[in-house]
Structures are given as C-alpha cells and as structure tokens.
Design a protein around this ligand. Structure first.
Ligand SMILES: *Cc1c(COP(=O)(O)O)cnc(C)c1O
Length: 373
C-alpha cells in the first residue's frame, strides 16, 4: 500500500502557470505582507466581478464570513435562524456565536438542500421570532432558490447563502452567492479554489459590507487614539493570502470543468451498478461538482466503499452528519421527515481531486466495482 500513490478527496491545486506566486512575489517585493493591501482589494474586486456581486469583504475564513453576515443581518440573542440539518458544522456554529438559536431544516431528496415544505412548516411554527435563513449549496449543488427567496421576502427575513462549497455554481444562469442578501465563500484547503485558508462575504448592500469591514478590523472608530464603541473582531484576510486567491481565481473555470469531468467519469463507469445513485443535478443548476457523491440502496454499504478505497491509499468520506444528530446540537429543534439522515447513512463522497489523472480515476473505479463482483 505504501508504494501506491495517495489519491486525495480534494486537495490544494495551484495553477500550472504560477499565477499565485506572481502576486505573492509582488507583495514580498513591496513589503506589503500584512495586514491589508492591494491583493486584498484586488481579490475582493475580482471575485465580485466574476460572480456579479457589487461589494465584497475578504475575511480570515468562511466561518468568519457567516458570523459577520449574521451580525450584519441584526441576528442577536434569542433570535431564531433556520439552517439546513445536512451541512458542515461551520454553517451552524456562528449562530451560536451570536447567542441566537438554530432550528434545523430537513433536506429535499431532489436537491439534497433545504426542503421548501419543511421551511414553510418552520415559518408557521416560529413566526416573527425568525431573523434569518441560512441556505447552503451542498457539494456544489444549488438549492432551489426561487421559492426560498419568495418565502424569505414574505416573512421579511434576511437570506444568507452559505456558498462555501459552490463557488462557480450557477442557478438559472446566475452565480450562487448572489441571490441572498449576503453570500459566503470559503477558500479552505479542500475547497474548489484555496488560499490555504480564507473567506469572502459578498453583497449588493454597500453599507452592510462597510460595517463588516469595520467589525472585522477590531471595530476601530475614526479617531487618532484607539477608540471603540462596538465589539470588534480580528477577521480580515492578509495581503499574502489574498495574492494566492487572485491567482486561483484565474483557474476557477478550469477547476469547475475538471470537477465535472470527474463526476461524469464516475457516472459513466459506476452509474450502472445496482443500487448506486448519483447526487441530483437539476435542470436549473450548473453545479461546480465540488465533490462527486453517491447514495447506496443495495448490499454494498458506504463503509465498504470507504474502507476498500482506504486500503488502496485512496481518500473518500461519508456525507456530512446532520446537525440535529450532533451531540452539541442535540437540544435544538429539527423540522422535517429525516431525509437528511437517510442521505447521511447511505452516502459517500468519492475522491474528487482536480489533480487526478484518468489512471487515478480508473484506480478508484476499479476498487468500487470490485465490491460488486
Ligand atoms: C468549508 C465550509 C464552511 C467553512 O469555511 P471555512 O473557510 O473552513 O471556515 C462553511 N460552510 C460549509 C458548507 C463549508 O463546506
């Protein structure tokens, strides 16, 4: 096993052209390492232009961006925030940072994202205690946004899109992250593009983004001495890190194309095996295919696939474990019928690293097919 090349789930992939190092070199040569600087401004401007958002704030992580979006939405102590059950814990944790209360919403099997019926039921139950809805585009598949936007408008609540996994995904021809009042992106190491770690908050609300930049730099009032009228955070992105982001942004379309190639390769090779179903790609959705995911309904279980791949030095992993099933969030309310749990219990994320060659893909596929023999 040791001599077999490791295949990763999704790992950093710098541009072959060396775009990132050019921006970093410039930062070094001008000693513009930190804190803010031209790469930060450039990365904000270029990402906003790419996806069609008006304003952006580069932050230290996607989690920080969600936190700041909730704060900008006025979410505070005792407020209810609706959040999908099926997501990474980083979606939900900032609700707690704001002393607010998450209510977990079930998934729809046709989207793997927030279920409209469950969301409606939750609005009926919690009424005007609800301050915000956090919608997630899981694994790069967009939620069915139009009816969710309508429900949020009707109930007069802020919509925040956690697009951490869906940079480059479009819904009805428009990029995810630009539909809600706020959109969040992550550049963590395993995301479709990475800065080693970082995040971005986007919005068409100029005042909201200005306020976030203020809070994220320790909430320093305009005064010569250190004066603070509000609670601050140290959440901004450094000028070196932003340089990596500017370079990575140039290869985003290339990465999306490769992720799609990987998904289609698996679908072709594994799609006919009994009891395998691929994640749902709806007609309104052009995903970024961040991870290629399947659900199983036959004899072969997720753990069989994960263990067989691991034996060959190939990384894969289960679907996110739903939040209402997490010990930390046990006491929180959940609205739905348990679809999220079903996806978790039967799902696998296949290796989706953009550095994978056809030979690597073939290796992964033959391990999976071996379980059907
Ligand atoms: C990665 C991720 C985050 C958090 O982003 P970080 O940059 O790691 O803080 C939030 N939500 C989802 C759905 C994610 O996958």
């Amino acid at each position: 096993m040791a001599d077999k090349k490791r295949i990763y789930l999704s790992s950093p992939h710098m541009s072959e052209e060396g775009f990132e190092i050019e921006y970093i070199k410039e930062a070094f040569e001008t000693n513009w390492i930190a804190p803010l600087g031209p790469n930060v401004d450039g990365f904000e401007r270029e990402l906003a232009a790419k996806i069609g958002a008006k304003y952006a704030a580069a932050l230290s992580s996607g989690t920080a961006a969600i936190h700041m979006a909730l704060k900008a939405a006025g979410v505070g102590e005792g407020d209810i925030v609706f959040c999908p059950a099926l997501t990474f814990s980083a979606t939900a944790n900032p609700i707690i940072y704001q002393n607010a209360i998450p209510v977990f919403i079930d998934s729809n099997i046709k989207t793997w994202n927030m279920d409209l019926g469950a969301l409606e039921t939750a609005f009926e139950k919690y009424g005007d205690r609800v301050k915000a809805v956090l919608v997630v585009h899981l694994y790069g598949l967009s939620a069915d946004l139009d009816p969710i936007i309508e429900l949020c408008k009707k109930n007069n609540v802020t919509l925040i899109e956690d697009a951490a996994e869906s940079l480059g995904t479009t819904y009805k021809g428009k990029y995810t992250g630009t539909f809600g009042d706020y959109g969040v992106f992550s550049f963590n190491g395993n995301k479709i593009i990475t800065t080693s770690g970082g995040g971005m908050l986007v919005s068409d609300n100029e005042e909201g983004i200005a306020k976030v930049k203020f809070w994220a730099t320790q909430a320093r009032d305009k005064a010569r001495h250190y004066q603070h009228s509000e609670l601050g955070y140290n959440y901004r992105m450094s000028n070196v890190v932003a340089g990596i982001g500017r370079g990575q942004l140039k290869v985003l379309d290339q990465r999306v194309a490769k992720k799609k190639y990987i998904f289609e390769y698996y679908k072709r090779e594994l799609g006919k095996l009994d009891g395998i179903q691929f994640m749902p790609v709806n007609e309104w959705n052009e995903p970024n295919y961040w991870l290629s995911c399947i659900i199983l309904s036959g004899q072969v279980r997720p753990i069989d696939i994960i263990e067989a791949l691991e034996k060959e030095n190939i990384e894969s992993r289960p679907i996110w474990k739903p939040m209402h099933e997490q010990p930390f969030y046990e006491a929180c309310d959940f609205v739905g019928e348990g679809i999220s749990k079903r996806i978790f219990e039967n799902g696998v994320c296949l290796p989706s690293d953009t550095k994978m060659t056809d030979e690597d893909l073939e290796r992964a596929c033959s391990v999976v097919k071996g379980l059907w023999e």
